[in-house]
Design a protein around this ligand. Sequence first.
Ligand SMILES: *[C@@H]1O[C@H](CO)[C@@H](O)[C@H](O)[C@H]1NC(C)=O
Ligand SMILES: *[C@@H]1O[C@H](CO)[C@@H](O)[C@H](O)[C@H]1NC(C)=O
Ligand SMILES: *[C@@H]1O[C@H](CO)[C@@H](O)[C@H](O)[C@H]1NC(C)=O
Length: 444
Amino acid sequence: MRLWKLLLSACVTLLILKCCCSATDEVVTCSGIVPMVNRNDKISITDFGGVGDGRTLNTKAFNEAIYRIKHLRRRGGTLLYIPEGVYLTQSFNLTSRMTLYLAKGAVIKATQNTAEWPLIAPLPSYGRGRERPGGRYMSFIHGEQLHDVIITGENGTIDGQGGVWWEMWRRRTLQFTRPNLIEFKDSRNIIISNVIFKNSPFWNIHPVYCNNVVIRHVTILAPPSSPNTDGIDPDSSSHVCIEDSHISTGDDLVAVKSGWDQYGINYGRPSTDITIRRIVGSSPFAGIAVGSETSGGVYNILAEHITLKHMGIGIHLKTNTGRGGTISNITISNVYMSNVRKGIKIAADVGDHPDENYNPKALPVLNHVRITNVRGKRVQQAGLITGLKNSPFTDICLSNINLHGSSHQSNGNVPWKCSYVSGGSIQVKPSPCSDLIHSGSCPI
Ligand SMILES: *[C@@H]1O[C@H](CO)[C@@H](O)[C@H](O)[C@H]1NC(C)=O
Ligand SMILES: *[C@@H]1O[C@H](CO)[C@@H](O)[C@H](O)[C@H]1NC(C)=O
Ligand SMILES: *[C@@H]1O[C@H](CO)[C@@H](O)[C@H](O)[C@H]1NC(C)=O
């Protein structure tokens, strides 16, 4: 009898749980591609002499803690706990099977001593540093050929103190390419969540030649005037999930890339299967971008539920002659933007070349783009799509787009401008350029 009752109550509990949970289960997410791992083995940076006073240099503590994780190889990996406090350090390398856990109030802060910053080789798909020839400064937090790495916690901060680097850029005294805040190279099964990234010297989060990367519930902040502080740049990487984040920086919020001109063409590694969802932010440059480095190709990109305020360009697909590469199957939907210079720009006239040896005959190919459900207020120019005469953009479909100009002129913004483009549109206001004015081959 008692067993009966127990079983019955268990069943009822399960039923209730199932009903209640199904509502929250409906939130669409791609984060399942890398499961979160709990680690039983835990160490603290303070066990290795770490001091969170904001002045002591903790490079040795970080290196020793990570050396221990790498060499003791505990079953299930190890969590490195960073307690509340400000931990100043030079750049350091992560290792596989580790969690870097930033507690509430924990700050990992980069030194401003740029002279001692280590240099590493340029990426083969770029042939040189992105902004200066030769090598490049190692990212502040770096990972190469790793797997199963998690950076998470209670919204602690990784602070690049980028001001000194931005000043060197402005004065043109940079010797090599500025460091990213975080770079993972040739790595897989990476999670970055519940962390705040602040004042990166250059790009913030750069997964390059990676597979299975989840970045969610992050906040990325840098002043609008800070040069090249892109938020998240998946580069020649596949299966990347970017969700539920706030990004406000001085350059593109998310930019999908795949190498630069002849180096990227030779390396031939595309970016594919990337989801960008529920992102909020602002920047003088683009919200959702592909490019401008796309020489290895960019395929199967889905961006949806994006909210942009005070933007240069809402959606920007950008490439160049000499770049080669195919950009294809890009779906962007449910975008809201306000105070924007250009709503949608797709162009092949963007970005510089690594050197004089690029092949001007290597034309980019761009096709199969779907942009739907876009709303905008105070948009100066709704759209600008300029393909190449010898490589027109094809199958560009726009639907249900409404990009208003300033309040006193209803839809009185600068008209769409296009050239060398085919595709079609359905319910686009203001009316798009004549090349796209009919529904064409686009699905209704
Ligand atoms: C960190 O990794 C880079 C790239 O693999 C390497 O050049 C450098 O020597 C490493 N630094 C340390 C302290 O292990
Ligand atoms: C951390 O910030 C995210 C927003 O990016 C929020 O969803 C989450 O609840 C915060 N977590 C904690 C532990 O404060
Ligand atoms: C196009 O990309 C979407 C993701 O946005 C993917 O689901 C779909 O399979 C891709 N189509 C092709 C033909 O690869």
